[in-house]
Ligand binder design. Structure first.
Ligand code: ADP
Ligand code: MG
Length: 240
């Protein structure tokens, strides 16, 4: 579903991605772990074309997305992205946050968007928060609303960049639970996370990134139970 071939990204002289080759299959849940600054966010942002790759190719559903004349909006519709800091629109209610893009971009009727918006709010456990503004939501509620907003565009793939890192500890679980539900529904997901317990439980595969490369990848059992690479071992010894 996502195929990345020898992807590099440089910011000036800084080589942030140094040749990433990876395939993510339909329905797969892939967790990306690794030290801060290793290029995890840049990798996700390249997949979503929030960053322009320096070289290499990215294919989604067999179509190369990083070449001239590509309809970026069409590609972006396939991808939902959830960020660390929620990025909800502060002047809109929870429900409006969820319906704005389906109405404006997908040209869905307001009534229809509100109907599926209400279902999504139900799914993330915010059915009683439709009419409130983000300022009155807790961090965990905001992030669940942000997930619902991404899902409202009916993406084929969900990308998460440290979705629980900005949350107070007691709110991490409720967000991870929503993500688990999504995984069980068969959503294809790429999740950058520091939640090793979640990765162990939910990931089909774990990618360990360091210094702009995928140094090691495997099942959670392989990566957490029997890491082969010294850098993976060293990283896990600090976080587990
Ligand atoms: P991670 O998500 O693993 O912490 P990032 O992908 O955010 O890593 O960053 C990798 C490196 O790229 C870091 O050294 C960071 O400072 C640098 N970087 C990220 N974005 C930019 C940018 N827009 N301009 C310049 N340097 C950047
Ligand atoms: Mg990051």
């Amino acid at each position: 579903m996502i195929e990345v071939n020898n992807l590099t990204k440089e910011f000036g002289k800084l080589k942030v991605l140094r040749g990433i080759t990876e395939t993510i299959r339909e329905n797969e849940v892939v967790c990306v772990i690794g030290p801060s600054g290793s290029g995890k966010s840049t990798f996700l942002r390249c997949i979503n074309l929030l960053e322009t790759p320096t070289s290499g190719e990215i294919y989604i559903d067999g179509e190369q997305i990083n070449k001239k004349d590509v309809d970026i909006n069409k590609i972006r519709k396939k991808l939902g992205m959830v960020f660390q800091n929620f990025n909800l629109f502060p002047h809109m209610t929870t429900l409006e946050n969820i319906t704005i893009s389906p109405i404006r971009v997908n040209k869905i009727s307001k009534a229809e968007a509100e109907k599926s918006g209400a279902e999504l709010l139900q799914m993330v456990g915010l059915q009683d928060k439709a009419g409130v503004f983000p300022a009155s939501l807790s961090g965990g509620q905001k992030q669940r609303a942000a997930i619902a907003r991404a899902l409202a565009m009916k993406p084929e793939i969900m990308l998460f960049d440290e979705p629980t890192s900005a949350l107070d500890p007691e709110m991490v679980g409720e967000v991870l639970q929503v993500m688990k539900d999504l995984a069980h529904r068969g959503m294809t997901m790429v999740i950058v996370t520091h939640e090793m317990g979640f990765a162990k439980e939910v990931a089909d595969r774990v990618l360990f990134m360091d210094e702009g490369m995928i140094v090691e990848q495997g099942t959670p059992e392989e990566i957490f139970g029997n890491p082969q690479n010294e850098r993976t071992k060293n990283f896990l010894s600090k976080v587990l």
